[in-house]
Design a protein around this ligand. Sequence first.
Ligand SMILES: Cc1cc2nc3c(=O)[nH]c(=O)nc-3n(C[C@H](O)[C@H](O)[C@H](O)COP(=O)(O)OP(=O)(O)OC[C@H]3O[C@@H](n4cnc5c(N)ncnc54)[C@H](O)[C@@H]3O)c2cc1C
Length: 357
Amino acid sequence: MEKNKNLYGLNTFGMSAVADYYVRATSEDDVMRAIELSCEKKLPLLVLSGGSNMLIVEDLHAVVLHMDTRGIEVEGRDGSDTLVRVAAGEDWHETVMWSIENGYAGMENLAYIPGKVGSSPVQNIGAYGVEARCVIESVEVIDISSGERRVIAASECEFGYRESIFKNSARGRYVIMSVLFRLHSTEGYKLHLDYGNIRAELEKRGIENPTVADVADVVTFIRRSKLPEPSQVGNCGSFFKNPVISRQLYETLIEKHNDMPSYDVEGANDEHWKKIPAAYLIDRAGWKGYRRGCVGVHQNQALVLVHYGGGTGKDVLMLCQDICRDVKEKYGVEISPEVNIINSDFLARCAVGGKVE
Ligand SMILES: Cc1cc2nc3c(=O)[nH]c(=O)nc-3n(C[C@H](O)[C@H](O)[C@H](O)COP(=O)(O)OP(=O)(O)OC[C@H]3O[C@@H](n4cnc5c(N)ncnc54)[C@H](O)[C@@H]3O)c2cc1C
């Protein structure tokens, strides 16, 4: 346990902020100790994994639990599928590579997403037409306020586009300890190639019959060429979610902006009709490449807010709020952050540790 720990270096935005208490957990006992500390100090417990989806806006009066538990284990088979349990602190990309090296399919489109395994269900990470929910069987958690263990089936996780119960009704309630994945046999497996430039890049390489390893390789290559590396410039990837708008608003907008891309929404009704790329709206509103002191909007990716160093979480948050306001004024569309804004409001919804027997 450390007191007054600066979290710089533990979040990919590269923000400096001090946590009252910090516990790095490499075992379940360490997690229990953090829950006990939270109970003793009457402070909320905040779980921090790779810090690649959080904007820390202020010093944190909290016990910060840094998940660093390890372990990948085959738990069993179900027909041609294999059930694999992965500890929350394992690196996500390394887990994807492990699955491929061991002959499993299902995770390849999710290669090179930063962060750890325990965070993958939180916002149901997704890329290139695949989401974590496609491979998650269940999530093993510890309830912070009681110390009890629970298994939450994927069907109870309420997975949606960058959503789950862990980001909504159960936000701050559990420590995710491990995730059980259902991985597929590569035999007869249908690869997901029709998203982004995957197929074009495979063709460029002369690959006619791609393997899961080829797909992961191509996805990694495309991501590296498109997204800024946090080691070069602070960022959390896409800062905003793509908004889903009503049929009426869509029809008004498309009349004026006939090049505006849109995607169908599963089970759409008139209220939630089309998904619009937030990047299009932010770019057309003139924000791409904009810089304000130490922070800005990436020059090639309108969705990515960046921190050049020496700024604060508040600087990024103010920029985010100005962009949201401007897009609303210009297009009538509400956009909202995908990134977790970590401040006292966020901590107010995090559980305080209960007495652990
Ligand atoms: C360059 C870049 C590209 C990205 N691309 C993508 C992308 O393509 N798709 C995508 O979906 N995301 C993307 N992201 C966002 C990010 O990588 C994911 O959201 C990732 O899952 C965050 O993992 P993390 O371990 O860093 O989580 P953190 O940032 O540490 O935590 C995120 C949230 O989850 C909670 N949490 C973390 N671990 C646990 C746990 N064990 N138990 C309970 N709660 C927990 C935290 O309290 C916090 O609220 C990108 C980020 C970057 C920097």
